[in-house]
Design a protein around this ligand. Structure first.
Ligand code: S3P
Length: 429
């Protein structure tokens, strides 16, 4: 599917973006491991989260989609059953890595696979600690690539220093820790998103944090709870940048998750000169939420690196777009993790932005963008990566001429309604 975009003079109105992807995955996972019925409202019905729901159905859990809510009939910590076929995580790294943690704790055999992109992404970051805990895991390339065959059960606790700041790896170890023989500890080099920790606490697990050290206690009784999923700031990010770089925008995005481990994008854009007002602060099941009002702004280049990187890891492609429209140079560093996302996002962001005329150089761990080069609509490629497809659509909103994004069907991985929401607020040029 191609997505065609023409220039707009602004994004005006009030929208909501779909539910948070990370929180939707975790709600299904913990709902399945809890005792009782969990209702998830505003669940993200995207390919990634539906893959997680499908895996749990194969593990014997009833996951019912009632339209306005998803109902999970929890089986308790030890109620999953051996699946009769391979579990398919599709394009979703979160599904594969977090499921690996849960399956490592199960006294049965299971096999996890995914699409070509996911089968090329590094899995030793989860198979190593899980194997150390006592699970038997086989995979291609010495256990580092899916499909992964897992024979779990009988786990020992672990004290693990994460080699990379990764919420998926942290979560895999914490979830396996629920099934271990003693408390497990994980240290993260820089704080990454903490939705697993928050939701484990919300469902009744004993989990604590001191600085960058997280301790999880085994064999909790998880109790089903209602979960209301806030809007995904990673989806909102495309609209935030779209509103900033088009001249007549005044856009409000309601009910966005503003967990501080996710708001690096707001900090960086504000430092670049963005006019973003945060109001109506609230909390939903332990997750902070707010409304964001964004108006057209003149942006300046900036330096992005260090501990903010995990807090905006999925927003780097769209931040590069903002930088291309800013005055001056933007340098993004410490972001080598982007090379192992759904595509190599350093290379795909740089290569695709250059098609529009942007001055972007790829470095070993980031990007250098000379802002302000005159851009022109272009024919470009998603590389099968949802966030690249949407970032390119945002470039098209502010570039003269037509932009065509090839293979834009990838947006359904995280934001199936992207084009409709965009059309509902875009002004005619
Ligand atoms: C996610 C963690 C991040 C992020 C991904 C979702 C999660 O991945 O990029 O989109 O839900 O835990 P890493 O843990 O690999 O950084």
């Amino acid at each position: 599917m191609d997505l065609r975009i023409t220039r707009t003079s602004g994004l005006v109105g009030t929208i909501e973006v779909p539910g948070d992807k990370s929180i939707s995955h975790r709600a299904v996972m913990l709902g399945a491991l809890a005792n009782g019925r969990t209702r998830v409202t505003n669940f993200l019905r995207s390919a990634d989260c539906l893959a997680t729901a499908g895996c749990f159905r194969q593990l014997g859990v009833a996951v019912e989609d009632r339209g306005s809510e998803v109902i999970i009939e929890g089986k308790g910590l030890h109620g999953l059953k051996e699946p009769s076929d391979v579990l398919d995580a599709g394009n979703s790294g979160t599904t594969m890595r977090l499921m690996a943690g849960i399956l490592a704790g199960q006294d049965f055999y299971s096999c996890l696979t995914g699409d070509a992109s996911l089968r090329s992404r590094p899995m030793s970051r989860v198979t190593l600690p899980l194997t150390r805990m006592g699970a038997t895991i086989l995979g291609r390339a010495n256990g580092s690539l899916a499909p992964l065959a897992i024979r779990g059960g009988g786990l020992k606790s672990i004290e693990y220093h994460l080699p990379v700041a990764s919420a998926q790896v942290k979560s895999a170890v914490l979830l396996a820790g629920l099934f271990a023989d003693a408390p497990s500890k994980v240290w993260e080099p820089k704080p990454s998103r903490d939705h697993t920790e928050r939701m484990l606490g919300y469902f009744g697990a004993k989990i604590s944090r001191r600085d960058n050290e997280i301790t999880v206690y085994p064999e909790p009784t998880l109790t089903a709870r209602d979960v209301y999923v806030p809007g995904d700031i990673s989806s909102a990010a495309f609209f935030i940048v779209g509103a900033l770089i088009t001249p007549e925008s005044d856009l409000t995005i309601r009910n966005v998750g503003v967990n501080p481990t996710r708001t690096g994008i707001l900090d960086v854009l504000t430092a670049m000169g963005a006019c973003i007002e945060v109001s109506n602060a609230g909390t939903l099941n332990g997750e902070p939420t707010a409304d964001l009002r964004v108006r057209s702004s003149r942006l300046d280049g900036t330096e992005i690196g260090g501990s903010v990187i995990p807090r905006l890891i999925d927003e780097v492609p769209v931040l590069a777009v903002a930088a291309a429209f800013a005055g001056g140079r933007t340098v993004i560093r410490d972001a080598a993790e982007l090379k192992v996302k759904e595509s190599d996002r350093l290379s795909t962001t740089a290569g695709e932005l250059r098609r529009f005329g942007a001055a972007v150089t790829e470095t070993p761990d980031g990007l250098i963008i000379e802002g302000g080069a005159p851009l022109k609509g272009a024919s470009c490629f998603s590389h099968g990566d949802h966030r690249i497809a949407m970032a390119l659509a945002i470039v098209g909103l502010a570039s003269p001429g037509e932009t065509v994004i090839r293979d834009a069907g990838a947006v359904s991985v995280s934001f199936p309604e992207f084009a409709d929401v965009l059309n509902s607020v875009r002004l005619q040029y």
